[in-house]
Design a protein around this ligand. Structure first.
Ligand SMILES: Nc1ncnc2c1ncn2[C@@H]1O[C@H](COP(=O)(O)OP(=O)(O)OP(=O)(O)O)[C@@H](O)[C@H]1O
Length: 321
């Protein structure tokens, strides 16, 4: 669906050259929900604007929806939907007017635009709001209207730029459900940007982490977390078995950082879920009764820290400073 090689963009700003994106390679396959994660100013929006033909790359090539970005930008536009940060609706317009205007813009007849708009409104849970002024919608409703407008021409690929920024937690969770169903029930490939770790983690099949205009990590949320330091495991055992249990844990494949306390053994393994059955069998064979067990997965923030030496929060604060 998307294949980009060496995509780069520089800006001239107040006599300085800003390298916003420095050679990004990325592949997004049909049916994937891919997240582009990075702090403010990392280059997410600039990459998205290039892939959606709104900004010409300084260098690099890409095909989007099977169409060459540089040779046929109009062809690309027909294949994709784009929902900008904050959307593009006018507060004093009625919802139905926005739907009609957007539909006409993509060459639909008024009747087709209204029909398609009604289908999308139902799908995105904003049915019955057609006569309302945009400014009277809640944040979540407006964001869902923005997405409906981006899908009016039934594109197979949609770009969402920070779709949940500014929404309250409940509206965010609700929008995640809608974004998932775009992919699951309507076969839309989704490429979204976010600087929320929890969003990338729970929503995306695959994540590309960008920092200072370059992709610094890529994989499923689980793969990325596994790359970092593995899972932490804490096992509770009777005090007189701690030393023996620690020895057993230390023999698990890939086990590191084995430490003991009063009645617990802590260690790290590449994959907690696959190490646990082996550990249980080994403890059982030695008649050691386990009293509790906990697996602590590393977070995506750990991934960002490992790749860049900064936490995402530090990176954002640094950008605003
Ligand atoms: N038109 C422009 N002129 C000059 N510099 C720009 C322009 N657009 C973006 N930049 C700079 O390029 C860098 C990347 O910006 P971009 O908006 O792509 O980041 P982002 O990851 O989308 O951030 P955010 O999460 O804040 O939207 C930043 O340093 C930004 O200031």
């Amino acid at each position: 669906m998307i294949e980009a090689r060496g995509l780069a963009r520089t800006f001239r700003s107040r006599g300085r050259t800003v390298e916003a994106v420095r050679g990004v390679d990325l592949d997004v396959h049909a049916g994937e929900l891919v997240g582009f994660l990075g702090p403010n100013g990392a280059g997410k929006t600039t990459t998205l604007r290039m892939l959606t033909t709104l900004l010409r790359p300084s260098s690099g090539t890409a095909t989007v929806g099977g169409v060459d970005l540089l040779a046929d930008p109009v062809g690309v536009r027909k294949k994709i939907g784009y929902v900008a940060q904050g959307g593009g609706t006018a507060p004093e317009c009625r919802v139905i007017e926005e739907i009609e205007i957007q539909g006409r813009f993509y060459g639909l007849s008024k009747a087709d635009a209204v029909r398609r708009g009604a289908d999308l409104a139902k799908q995105l849970d904003i049915g019955g709001l057609e006569q309302r002024l945009v400014r009277t919608l809640s944040g979540g409703q407006k964001r869902r209207l923005d997405i409906a407008l981006g899908l009016i021409h039934s594109p197979g690929l949609v770009f969402l730029d920070e779709p949940t920024t500014g929404l309250d937690p409940q509206s965010r969770a609700n929008l995640w459900e809608h974004i998932r169903s775009l992919r699951d029930e309507h076969n839309v490939t989704v490429f979204l940007t976010t600087h929320y770790l929890d969003e990338a983690d729970s929503l995306c099949d695959r994540i590309l982490v960008i920092d200072h205009g370059q992709i610094v990590a890529e994989g499923t949320p689980d793969e990325l977390k596994a790359q970092v330091s593995g899972d932490g495991v804490v096992v509770g055992v009777p005090t007189d078995s701690v030393a023996h249990a620690a020895e057993i844990a230390g023999r698990l494949p890939g086990a590191t950082e084995v430490t003991t306390a009063d009645n617990t053994v802590r260690f790290r393994v590449p994959r907690g879920d696959t190490a646990l059955p082996e550990l249980l069998r080994a403890l059982d064979a030695k008649d050691i009764a386990m009293t509790s067990i906990q697996v602590q997965r590393p977070s995506l923030d750990d991934v960002f820290l490992a790749m860049t030496g900064r936490t995402l929060r530090d990176a954002e604060e640094g950008h605003h400073a």
